[in-house]
Design a protein around this ligand. Structure first.
Ligand SMILES: *Cc1c(COP(=O)(O)O)cnc(C)c1O
Length: 391
C-alpha cells in the first residue's frame, strides 16, 4: 500500500529540520509539580492559572452531575443535548460577563469556528491582529469575508485598515485579549475608540484573560471598564476556569443567531454533564475566591521583576505568561531541555509558532506556585542562563 507513504517522507523532513516532537506524557494531574518519566518536575507551562483543575468544589460538582445525568449528553445541543446545567452555565456566564446572553461551545477553538464561521459573510471585512490565535485565523478561513491583517497592537495600522475598507457591509475588528506567546495585553480602549469612529464591530478573544484579567477574572473588557462597548466577548473554560469549553458573550440576538447557524453548536455533541457542572461551579468559585487571582498576579509580577533584575529578557510580558527570549531555534530547544534536566519544565517555542529568530522558553506562573517553587525555578534558570551565556 503506497497511498500514505508520503507521510514518512514528510516526517523525515521534520526530523531533519529538528521540528519532530511528540507530546510529553505526564503521569499525574495538572499541578505545580508533575510526574514525567518517573520524576517529579516543577511545571511552568500549564494554563491552569488558578489551580482550578483540582479544586474540591469543581470535582464534587463533576461527580454529582455524572451520578445524576450520566457521562454523556447524548446529543447535540439543538436536539436533546441541552440539559438544565448547560442553561444554568449560560445564565451564570452572562451575569459574570455583564452581558445580555452567553452561548457555550465544546471548546474555545470550536467557539471561534462557530462565531467567525457564521457571522462573517461575503461583503464583510474582518480586520485581525497579526498575532491572533490559530482558532481565529481558522474561523476566518471558513468564510468568504475579505480579510485585512494589522500590525501587532499597532493602532495606526488598524486605523489604516479601517479607513481603506469603507465599502463593506460590516467591518469586524478582532483581537486576542492577552497574547499567548508574549503575554502582552491588547490595547482594547484604543481599539474600541477606533472601531466606534469607523462604525466597526469589536470582538475580543479572552482565552488567556478569562479568570486572569478584570474583577474576579471577568476578562479584558472588565479590566478596561469597557462594558457595553465590546460587541462579542469570546472566552474559554479550558484555561484558568480549569475544565474545557468556550463561550461567546454578547447580545441575546447574537446568541439566538449562533444557535441557528453556528455549525459546531448544531453538529457536534454538547459538553458532558460533568464538564458543564464543573464549569458552572468554577464561575462561582471565581467570584467567591478573589484571593486566587491576587496570588496569581503577585507571584507573576515578583517572578518577572526578579528575572529582569537577573538580566533575562522577558520581552513585552505584562501577564503571568513570561517568555525568556533566546532567539535561535536549536539553542532555544537546548535551553528548555537543560531546564528539564534541572527539574523545571518550560517548553521551547520556536519558528513557525513565533517569528524566525524569536525563539523563547515560555514560563507561565500560576496561583499554585509557592514562593519556594518560584525560587527553585529561578535557581534553575540562573544556572542554565550562565551556561548559555544569557546572564
Ligand atoms: C487557547 C486559545 C483558544 C482555544 O481554547 P480551547 O478552549 O483550548 O479550545 C482560543 N483562542 C485563544 C486566543 C487561545 O489562546
Amino acid at each position: 500500500m503506497a497511498g500514505l507513504d508520503f507521510l514518512n517522507g514528510e516526517l523525515e523532513e521534520l526530523k531533519r529540520q529538528g521540528k519532530y516532537r511528540l507530546p510529553s506524557v505526564w503521569e499525574s494531574g495538572s499541578g505545580a509539580w508533575m510526574d514525567i518519566g518517573g520524576r517529579r518536575v516543577l511545571q511552568m507551562a500549564s494554563n491552569n492559572y488558578l489551580g482550578l483543575t483540582d479544586h474540591p468544589r469543581l470535582k464534587r460538582a463533576a461527580v454529582e452531575a455524572t451520578e445524576k445525568y450520566g457521562v454523556g449528553a447524548g446529543s447535540v445541543r439543538t436536539i436533546s443535548g441541552t440539559l438544565d446545567i448547560h442553561e444554568q452555565l449560560e445564565l451564570e456566564l452572562a451575569r459574570f460577563k455583564d452581558t445580555e446572553a452567553a452561548l457555550v461551545f465544546q471548546s474555545g477553538f470550536t467557539t471561534n469556528q462557530g462565531v467567525f464561521g457564521t457571522l462573517l459573510q461575503e461583503g464583510d471585512v474582518v480586520i485581525s491582529d497579526e498575532l491572533n490565535h490559530a482558532s481565529i485565523i481558522d474561523g476566518i478561513r471558513l468564510t468568504k469575508a475579505a480579510r485585512r491583517i494589522y500590525k501587532h497592537k499597532d493602532m495606526d495600522s488598524l486605523e489604516q485598515a479601517l479607513r481603506e475598507s469603507s465599502g463593506y457591509r460590516t467591518r469586524f475588528v478582532v483581537t486576542d485579549g492577552v497574547f499567548s506567546m508574549d503575554g502582552d495585553i491588547a490595547p482594547l480602549p484604543q481599539i474600541v475608540e477606533l472601531a466606534e469612529r469607523y462604525d466597526a464591530v469589536v470582538c475580543v478573544d479572552d482565552a488567556h484573560a478569562s479568570g486572569v484579567l478584570g474583577r474576579f477574572g471577568k476578562g479584558s473588557t472588565d479590566h478596561f471598564g469597557l462594558h457595553g462597548r465590546v460587541h462579542i466577548q469570546i472566552g474559554t473554560l479550558s484555561k484558568a476556569v480549569g475544565v474545557v469549553g468556550g463561550y461567546a458573550a454578547g447580545s441575546q440576538a447574537l446568541k439566538e443567531y449562533l444557535i441557528h447557524k453556528a455549525r459546531p453548536f448544531l453538529f457536534s455533541t454538547s459538553q458532558t454533564p460533568a464538564v458543564a457542572a464543573a464549569c458552572l461551579e468554577a464561575i462561582r468559585v471565581l467570584q467567591d475566591s478573589p484571593e486566587l487571582g491576587e496570588r496569581l498576579h503577585a507571584s507573576a509580577s515578583s517572578f518577572r521583576t526578579r528575572l529582569q533584575a537577573d538580566g533575562f529578557d522577558t520581552g513585552v510580558s505584562e501577564t503571568p505568561i513570561m517568555p525568556i527570549v533566546i532567539g535561535d531555534s536549536a539553542r532555544t530547544m537546548r535551553f528548555s531541555a537543560r531546564l528539564l534536566e534541572l527539574g523545571v519544565f518550560a517548553p521551547g517555542i520556536v519558528y513557525p509558532t513565533v517569528g524566525e529568530g524569536k525563539g523563547r522558553v515560555r514560563f507561565i506562573v500560576t496561583a499554585m506556585h509557592s514562593d519556594e517553587d518560584l525560587a527553585f525555578a529561578r535557581d534553575a534558570l540562573l544556572q542554565a542562563g550562565r551556561e548559555f551565556g544569557l546572564v
